[in-house]
Ligand binder design. Structure first.
Ligand code: MG
Length: 378
C-alpha cells in the first residue's frame, strides 16, 4: 500500500509537472475543456537575412548571406515559431515566400492539432515552395507542442540520449584556409567535406595533414563520370571517408545506382530526394536519403520520410541549410532516429536570433522545452 501511495503521489506530482506552464495550460483548457469558442490560427511573417561567418562555396556556387523568412502562428496568446531558409540556387526567395504565405489563410482553422488537415491545405495552396511551406509547418508544430506542453521528440516517442554527433561542414577552399577551418572545428567529432570540383584530392590531403577524424563527403552532383566517381570514392574510403552524398546528377539515377552497388561506403541521395514520394524512388539506387525540412515542406512530411526509409531498410541522414536555431531545433527533434546528422546550419551564421537545441561537444543536444524547443532571444 505504501508503495502504491507513493506511486500515486509521484504520479500526481508528475502530472502537476506537465501542467507547469499555467499561462499556456489555462488557455489550453479554456479553449478545449469548457466548450468555449476556440480562437483562430493567425499567421504572420517577415524577411530576415542571415550573415555567414565564412564565404560558403559548394560545387555550384559561393555566397556570404542567406535570405530567410521568419513566421509565427498565434493561437489563444501562444506563439509557434517557424522559418524558411532559401539559398538562392534552390529557386525560392523572400519575394516568392511572401507571395506564397500571403495566400495561406489559417484563420479558417480553429483546431491547431489537426495538423494533417491544415498542412494538406497549405501544400495545396500552390505547387513547389517547399521552404515557404516548411515555415508554416514548423510554426504549427512549435505551437501544437507548446499547447500540449511537450517537445516533439517526446511526442514522437524518441529518446533524447540517442541524438547523434553532427558533422561540421568545410566548404571548398584553398588548402591553407581548409587547414585553418579544420583547426577551428576542433569541437566536432566528424567533419563533412564539400567535394565535386577538381580540387577533391587537394581538399582531403589538406584535411588529413591536420586531423584523422572521420569524414563524410558531399559531391553535390559534381562528379560527371561514374568510373571516375567510384575510383574517387575508393580513394576517399582509404582516407577515412565514411559516407558520400549525391555523387552524380539527380537526373541520372542509373549512374548513381551503379556507384551505390560498388561503393564501400553508403551513398546518400540529397538533391535526388526532396519529398515523401522520392523515398521509394531512391530505393535501389541509393543506400539512404538526406532529409531536410526545407525540402520536405517541414516536420510532418520529414517524419513520414524517416519512418518510410527505415521500413525500406535505408540509411537516414538529417541535413539543413544555413538556418537560425529555429529550424535547426525543429530538425533536432527527429535526430535521435538518424544515422548521420548535419545540423551545423546555425553555427555557420553570426546573427542567430533564436535559442533552441544546441550542439554541445559536437553532439546534437535536446532539451525538455515544449514544441520545437525554441524561443526568441532578440
Ligand atoms: Mg548535400
Amino acid at each position: 500500500m505504501h508503495s502504491r501511495r507513493d506511486f500515486l503521489r509521484n504520479t500526481s506530482l508528475a502530472m502537476g509537472g506537465v501542467l507547469i506552464a499555467p499561462s499556456i495550460d489555462s488557455k489550453f483548457l479554456r479553449s478545449f475543456g469548457n466548450n468555449m469558442p476556440a480562437s483562430k490560427l493567425k499567421l504572420s511573417f517577415k524577411p530576415y537575412t542571415l550573415d555567414l561567418k565564412h564565404v560558403f562555396t559548394i560545387a555550384t556556387s559561393s555566397r556570404t548571406t542567406t535570405p530567410v523568412m521568419l513566421t509565427e502562428v498565434e493561437f489563444n496568446g501562444v506563439t509557434g515559431y517557424g522559418e524558411a531558409s532559401m539559398p538562392p540556387y534552390l529557386g525560392e526567395s523572400q519575394e516568392s515566400a511572401a507571395a506564397f504565405l500571403s495566400k495561406v489563410n489559417l484563420e479558417q482553422f480553429d483546431n491547431p492539432f489537426e495538423l494533417e488537415k491544415i498542412l494538406a491545405y497549405v501544400d495545396s495552396v500552390a505547387p513547389k515552395n517547399p521552404a515557404a511551406k516548411a515555415s508554416v509547418d514548423l510554426a504549427l508544430h512549435d505551437l501544437a507542442g507548446k499547447l500540449i506542453g511537450q517537445p516533439w521528440y517526446k511526442i514522437w516517442g524518441f529518446e533524447k540520449e540517442k541524438t547523434p554527433n553532427t558533422t561540421f561542414t568545410i566548404g571548398i577552399d584553398k588548402p591553407e584556409v581548409v587547414r585553418q577551418k579544420v583547426k577551428e572545428a576542433e569541437e566536432y567529432k566528424i567533419l563533412k567535406i564539400k567535394l565535386g570540383r577538381d580540387t577533391d584530392r587537394e581538399m582531403i590531403e589538406a584535411i588529413r595533414s591536420v586531423t584523422d577524424k572521420p569524414l563524410t563527403g558531399d559531391a553535390n552532383q559534381g562528379w560527371k563520370d561514374k568510373q571516375q566517381a567510384i575510383d574517387m570514392i575508393h580513394w576517399l574510403h582509404e582516407r577515412g571517408v565514411v559516407m558520400i552524398e549525391q555523387p552524380m546528377p539527380k537526373e541520372d539515377p542509373d549512374s548513381n545506382g551503379w556507384i551505390t552497388e560498388r561503393s564501400p561506403v553508403p551513398i546518400i541521395a540529397d538533391e535526388a530526394c526532396q519529398r515523401l514520394e522520392d523515398v521509394v524512388k531512391a530505393k535501389g539506387y541509393y543506400s539512404g536519403i538526406n532529409i531536410k525540412l526545407m525540402k520536405s515542406t517541414g516536420m510532418r512530411e520529414a517524419h513520414k520520410m524517416l519512418i518510410l526509409a527505415r521500413a525500406l531498410n535505408m540509411k537516414v541522414m538529417l541535413g539543413c541549410m544555413t538556418e537560425t536555431s529555429c529550424a535547426i531545433s525543429a530538425a533536432a527533434q527527429l535526430s535521435p532516429m538518424v544515422d548521420f546528422a548535419d545540423l551545423d546550419g546555425a553555427l555557420l551564421i553570426s546573427n542567430d536570433i533564436f535559442d533552441g537545441a544546441k550542439v554541445i561537444d559536437g553532439k546534437v543536444t535536446l532539451y525538455d522545452k515544449p514544441g520545437n524547443g525554441v524561443s526568441k532571444i532578440k
